[in-house]
Design a protein around this ligand. Structure first.
Ligand code: C2O
Ligand code: CU
Length: 541
């Protein structure tokens, strides 16, 4: 493969949206950030120079970073942040994934504006498992906040309440036709009648799952999270923060333009951003513009049935060229509750339920950031930075998904606990959603791997009957799994990537509240099954 070198400058640049101007963090002044185009097998070096006033890190979401957690990016997990005025060089290798992955900042809430797409094309000499599209277009669904994003989360954490919702959703950085002062900037995708386009759709929204559709057109989903799926023809998709969906769009209509639109799917929480963002599919040629352009029909904002119907259709392509390798059994099962709950307030009084502060946890442990990154502590065997006693099971059992909140959830502990896995062991993780402070979908994301999503359902996981319904033939191979509201999801993977790998909810407020943990995968016996050596320079804390 090829090797590419890029220089990325983190700058604060003025952008105007929703009738007001503010400075946002960007890469090279661009929002959304630059797209990376690579072929499978390529390698990219990116020298990040931080000209901003905040510390920052970048993460390559969906890239496995085999044996190389040093370049993975999450702050205090695999590196200390790149401080204002300094720089750090990331190395990103693409031997495995094919399709759409993306990159985003992974410190504080800077990913709201610091993100961009990664197109991983088939290795030279090979081709897509579908006819080559005429052209490829990134569709990044995002969030726009009028306020200062860093202050919003800082204050929410300080006072313990909900962070402010965003002021608009965006498509490729634009709120679109329906938002104040935004019509003119609406993103336009030019098309030629008869051609087929590949939309590389990314949900970069901070806190909402999204529905997306295009008026009068159907979409054919062919990939997700950097691997191929069996084609699904659909009028709408549901996409969760962190996920990507590759969709073919055939330009087969006869008016001059059609709207695409996206709005939240909210499974159980109030105070969300319910704005609809729009963009335009613009046919070239001399058509008469429609007098009143139509918007696509999107499922209702709380329509769990539509979300479920769509998501249940996802299957791995499972072809000869793109086989599946689902572990048929497992060495370790981790059964973890994921909850939003509360902790005692550290100030005099907090804005959360009953004067407490909102928190979130996995198996009742709310993840607390360590003082130096876990990777360095592991590598240098520095004691006292993290504990290896992440519980394998919930500390107590109750009816997780009932509305009876008699369970006392004040016993949540703040801790930096990791789960250690043996090299090459097979792992099953069952995420059990709960209904403590709020019941809601949680998109759980794992770094360093893609995993097979073998089963899910509503209600409490039953370890005798539910595994009988697992799909071990063609489950989707993904890196972010939407755990259904009041339900569970089971994933399997092989721990064949030595290193330190973050796992967290991709709703940023839940991650900030502690719905996070870390896997440490031990080295194998040989050099090629061990983590790479520490690069000479890593940013200091
Ligand atoms: Cu897309 Cu840890 O994140
Ligand atoms: Cu969550």
């Amino acid at each position: 493969g090829e090797t590419y070198y890029h220089n990325w400058n983190i700058t604060e640049t003025s952008y105007t949206r929703l009738c007001s101007t503010k400075k946002i963090l960007t890469v090279n002044g661009q929002f959304p950030g630059p797209a990376l185009h690579v072929h499978r097998g390529d390698r990219v070096f990116i020298n990040v120079v931080n000209h901003g006033t905040y510390n920052i890190t970048l993460h390559w979401h969906g890239v496995k970073q085999r044996r190389n957690p040093w370049s993975d990016g999450p702050a205090y997990i695999t590196q200390c942040p790149i401080q204002a005025g300094s720089s750090f060089r990331y190395e990103i290798n693409f031997p495995i994934e094919e399709g759409t992955v993306w990159w985003h900042a992974h410190s504080d809430w800077s990913r709201a504006t610091v993100h961009g797409p990664i197109f991983v094309l088939p290795k030279l000499g090979t081709s897509y498992p579908f006819p080559k599209p005429y052209s490829e277009v990134p569709i990044i669904i995002g969030s726009w906040y009028k306020g200062d994003i860093m202050k919003i989360i800082e204050e929410a954490l300080l006072y313990g309440g909900e962070p402010n919702a965003s002021d608009a959703h965006t498509i490729n950085g634009q709120p679109g036709y329906l938002s104040p002062c935004s019509k003119a900037g609406t993103f336009k995708m030019p098309v030629k009648k008869g051609k087929t386009y590949l939309l590389r759709i990314i949900n970069a929204v901070m806190n909402e799952e999204m529905f997306f559709a295009i008026a009068n057109h159907s979409l054919t989903v062919v990939g997700s999270d950097g691997s191929y799926v069996k084609p699904i023809t659909t009028k709408y998709i549901m996409i969760t923060p962190g996920q990507t969906m590759d969709c073919l769009l055939k330009a087969d209509q006869s008016l001059s333009h059609y709207f695409m639109a996206s709005r939240a799917y909210v499974s159980g929480h109030v105070g969300y951003d319910n704005s609809t963002t729009t963009a335009i599919v613009q046919y070239s040629g001399s058509y008469t513009p429609p007098s009143s352009p139509s918007f696509p029909t999107l499922p209702e904002i709380t329509d769990t049935d539509s979300a479920t119907i769509y998501t249940k259709r996802l299957r791995s392509l499972a072809s000869k060229e793109h086989p599946v390798d689902v572990p048929k059994s497992f060495d370790t099962r981790i059964y973890t509750t994921i909850s939003v709950n509360t902790l005692p307030c550290v100030n005099s009084s907090c804005d959360g339920p009953n004067g407490n502060r909102l928190s979130a946890s996995m198996n009742n442990i709310s993840f607390g950031d360590p003082s130096i990154d876990i990777l360095l502590a592991y590598y240098k065997k520095i004691k006292g930075v993290y504990g290896t006693d992440f519980p394998n099971e919930p500390p107590y059992y109750f009816n997780f998904t009932s509305d009876d909140l008699s369970i006392n959830n004040s016993t949540t502990l703040v801790g930096t606990k990791v789960k250690v896995l043996n090299f090459n062991s097979t792992v099953e993780v069952v995420f059990q959603g709960t209904n403590l402070v709020s019941g809601e979908n949680h998109p759980l994301h794992l770094h360093g791997f893609s995993f097979y999503w073998v089963g899910w359902g509503f209600g409490n996981f039953n370890k005798t009957t539910d595994p009988k319904g697992y799909n071990l033939v063609d489950p989707p191979e993904i890196n972010t799994v939407p755990v259904p509201v009041n339900g569970w999801a089971a994933i399997r993977f092989r721990a064949d990537n030595p290193g330190v790998w973050f796992m967290h909810c991709h709703l940023d407020r839940h991650a900030s509240w502690g719905m996070e943990t870390v896997f440490i995968v031990k080295n194998g016996k040989s050099r090629l099954t061990s983590m790479r050596r520490k690069p000479k320079y890593m940013p200091p804390c």
